[in-house]
Design a protein around this ligand. Structure first.
Ligand code: BV8
Ligand code: ZN
Length: 251
């Protein structure tokens, strides 16, 4: 895919010092992980309020646990794709690259990104609802929510459910990156889930260039300075290629 970048965009790329990536489920779609709201999204079959919330879990822990075991298996079998890898490679091209992700699939860390804020937790971590002991075992029973060895409490996935607060340190880290960055890339998100979706708006208010990468227009498109329509696994490597050309011509 050959993208024709405008002079204005190239000027911003060349002058940018600190950049950030606000990512959603779309960046992991090419790794085989279903999105939430797309045409094959998981929310089409299951209602989030029935599964991704604490009340649903306490009402029917085994059903919710089984759903997360099903998603954990997909995540464990998945690999970072060219989009994740391009973001990790950008760390050699800018002085500061921060990833602020809504995803719980750990793929940015596995791709090699070194500064990742996980706003909605991480499906590979679990904790006891009573004594908060953390567990990252993998060999649990597939469809029965396990109990804590210390206190017998129910063990839940360490993800942020609807109605739950985001981890303070992760959200504040994301907000700080948004307030300082020169360019905020918004990749593979429908930008409808809050308070996470405030992050790119903070970047915009702080004067950053907003560059959206998505296969379609979204809620955020009207706030974006650029929207590159395409798969993130195609568009992001194109931007890395352009950056390398610019760096080479500079020397
Ligand atoms: C909270 C759990 C109380 C983990 C998820 C205003 C302020 C605060 C809260 C709210 C508010 N308004 C409404 C709320 C309530 C609610 C909310 O936002 N509801 C929405 C749906 C209206 N928010 C909450 O409940 C949050 N907590 O509010 O606590 C509170 C109140 C006030 C102040 C503080 C606290 C908790 C939200 C977290 C919920 N957890 N998941 C899990 O099981 O995974 S949400 C779920 O949506 C995922 O976490 C996901 O990350 C998130 C966002 O979805 P996306 O990542 O954008 O994915 P989606 O499928 O939607 O879009 C994919 C995009 O990719 C599409 O645009 C598609 O075109 C594109 N794409 C596809 N393929 C590609 C691609 N792009 C590029 N390349 C491709 N190949
Ligand atoms: Zn416990």
């Amino acid at each position: 895919m050959a993208l024709d970048f405008t002079e204005h965009f190239i000027k911003h790329l060349k002058n940018a010092d600190r950049i950030m990536f606000f990512t959603g489920a779309g960046i992991s779609a090419e790794s085989g992980i279903p999105t939430f709201r797309g045409k094959d999204g998981i929310w089409n079959k299951l209602k989030p309020e029935e599964l991704a919330n604490f009340e649903a879990f306490m009402r029917n822990p085994d059903m919710v646990w089984e759903w997360y075991q099903y998603r954990r298996k997909i995540v464990n079998d998945a690999k970072p794709n060219k989009g994740h890898l391009a973001i990790a490679e950008m760390e050699n091209l800018f002085s500061e690259v921060t990833v602020v992700t809504q995803n719980v699939d750990n793929l940015h860390n596995r791709a090699g990104s070194s500064k990742v804020y996980e706003l909605h937790g991480n499906i590979e971590r679990n904790y006891c609802v009573d004594c908060k002991t953390f567990y990252s075992d993998k060999d649990w029973d597939y469809n029965k929510a396990p109990h804590c060895v210390n206190c017998g409490g129910l063990i839940r996935p360490d993800v942020v459910w609807f109605g739950e607060f985001l981890p303070e340190d992760q959200f504040m880290g994301g907000e700080k990156a948004a307030s300082l960055c020169d360019i905020c890339f918004v990749v593979g998100t429908s930008a409808v889930v809050y308070p996470a979706a405030y992050i790119p708006l903070t970047a915009k208010q702080s004067g950053a260039l907003i560059v959206e990468v998505n296969i379609e227009h979204t809620e955020l498109s009207r706030q974006a300075d650029y929207t590159f329509l395409g798969q993130s696994g195609d568009v992001l490597p194109e931007i890395v290629k352009k950056l390398k050309e610019l760096k080479k011509n500079d020397f």
